[in-house]
Design a protein around this ligand. Structure first.
Ligand SMILES: Nc1nc2c(ncn2[C@@H]2O[C@H](COP(=O)(O)OP(=O)(O)O)[C@@H](O)[C@H]2O)c(=O)[nH]1
Ligand SMILES: [Mg+2]
Length: 436
């Protein structure tokens, strides 16, 4: 499968020694190639890859992530955006009607769906309303019997609408009833008329289109035609296992705006899964631990982690800087903290503060660990001999200690201005920035 190549993209990021613009451009090209090969529509490929590039080169790195995780997260999020939502069918009483061309996998999928819902604890039944293929009746009956699923069909009848209605009556006590219908090689008027008539008579809660993944981008035209004819609620992509062009059906669904409900990955009834976009993309990227990465993202910036009033009260000492740095570890860049303060200033900081990296923050903490309580509470007393002592004690240099003191002074004056409520616009963008 062509989409497999996306795994190599993640490997490439993980293995690279430096993350720079050249690497971003290279992985964006790799992603483009993989998507195009998987038959994803060119416009969507362009959208996805441009978004990845733009964000990777301009967005701030969340403080809980390293630069590689940052890039992988963006790739993940943009692929997710490209795929769109899945259709989640709740586990309650419902009627499902399957439509699709002949050979797309409707009958197999009818059995797969029935088993899926039965395994979830619902009483399920299936109805065969395919009066065109002589073998359709036996095919579904056998599958249903094998898995203990209720079956309804009328072997000699040619009236698909009547069979469907009779089937719903016969399976009244089932929670979930799935109606299998006939398909043709192309979407002809006769087939459309029959579909409309069955839908009208049975009023299904979900009309699901079964699409063969091997069709690639041709799926788009077909899905549109079915959608125009009867209105499709969700798509089931079948034969995802046997094709390199599976991206075509995925992008068709996205293009028309129909969510994907399930994916068939083999001939056996078990080869079937609910379409979960997050899980799907994680697997495409070969990332079992993506969940851990995303949790790290969520851990950032929880407003209740800071108490702006306490932050603003009293004198501002190095202790406050210390607390601030500790808070930043879980909260995000200082610019975000300032956003939360009660003044709504959309605070901006100057360039020196903009350069404040995570590394530097860590170093500041180490330096402060070598200070006395008195020094922390009253930084004014820190003269050059104390600076020397602190530098030696913390394994840093006097310049670095001075840098911390300068940072403290800047922050203090910012706080003062904020208290007085006359904050000017100090120029800054968010930080820390990636080194691009
Ligand atoms: N590899 C693979 N084969 C499938 C899948 N779903 C269906 N098939 C096969 O596709 C063929 C047509 O399936 P069928 O259910 O009869 O299609 P229908 O004409 O739409 O009812 C059969 O040989 C199935 O075994 C799938 O997800 N993967
Ligand atoms: Mg069939």
């Amino acid at each position: 499968m062509a989409l497999e190549a996306l795994k190599d993209v993640v490997r490439k990021i993980a293995r690279s020694s430096t993350v720079d613009k050249a690497l971003v451009e290279e992985i964006v090209r790799d992603i483009q190639r993989a998507l195009l090969k998987a038959d994803v529509n060119v416009r969507q490929v362009k959208e996805i890859s441009e978004a990845i590039k733009k964000r990777a080169l301009s967005e701030d790195v969340l403080p809980t992530l390293n630069v590689k995780e940052h890039i992988i997260r963006i790739v993940y999020e943009e692929l997710m955006r490209g795929i769109g939502e899945g259709l989640d069918i709740p586990l309650k009483k419902a009627k499902i009607m399957l439509v699709g061309l002949q050979g797309s996998g409707k009958t197999t999928t009818t059995a797969k769906l029935a088993k899926y819902f039965k395994d979830k604890g619902l009483k399920t039944g299936v109805v065969t309303a395919d009066t065109w293929r002589p073998a359709a009746y036996d095919q579904l009956k056998q599958l249903a019997e094998k898995y203990g699923i209720k079956f309804y069909g009328e072997k000699d009848s040619k009236d698909a609408v009547k069979i469907a209605v009779n089937g719903l009556n016969a399976l009244k006590d089932c929670d979930m009833v799935i109606i299998d219908t006939a398909g043709r090689h192309a979407l002809e008027k006769e087939l459309i008329d029959e579909m409309i008539a069955i839908a009208k008579a049975t009023q299904p809660d979900y009309k699901l289109l079964v699409l063969d993944a091997a069709m690639g981008q041709l799926a788009s035209k077909q899905a549109r035609a079915f959608h125009d004819a009867i209105g499709i609620d969700g798509i089931i992509i079948t034969k995802f296992d046997g094709t390199a062009k599976g991206g075509g059906a995925l992008s068709a669904a996205r293009e028309i705006g129909i969510p994907i409900a399930f994916i068939g990955t083999g001939e056996k009834v078990e080869d079937f899964e609910r379409f979960d976009p997050a899980g799907f993309v994680s697997r495409l990227l070969g990332m079992g631990d993506l969940k851990a990465l995303l949790e790290k993202v969520e851990r950032v910036v929880k407003e209740e982690d800071i108490d702006p009033e306490a932050f603003m009260k009293g004198t501002f000492t190095l202790k406050d800087i210390y607390k601030q740095i500790e808070a930043m570890g879980k909260m995000g860049p200082i610019s975000k903290i300032l956003d939360m303060l009660p003044f709504g200033f959309g605070m901006k900081m100057d360039d020196e503060m903009a350069e404040m990296t995570q590394e530097k923050m860590k170093k500041f903490k180490v330096i402060m660990d070598s200070m006395t309580e008195e020094e922390l509470l009253n930084p004014k007393i820190i003269d050059s001999s104390r600076i020397k002592r602190i530098a030696i004690g913390s394994g840093t240099s006097p310049q670095e200690v001075r840098e911390l003191l300068r940072y403290y002074k800047t922050m203090k004056s910012v706080m003062k201005k904020m208290k007085k409520g006359k904050l000017g616009k100090l120029p800054i963008k968010g930080f820390p920035k990636m080194g691009f």
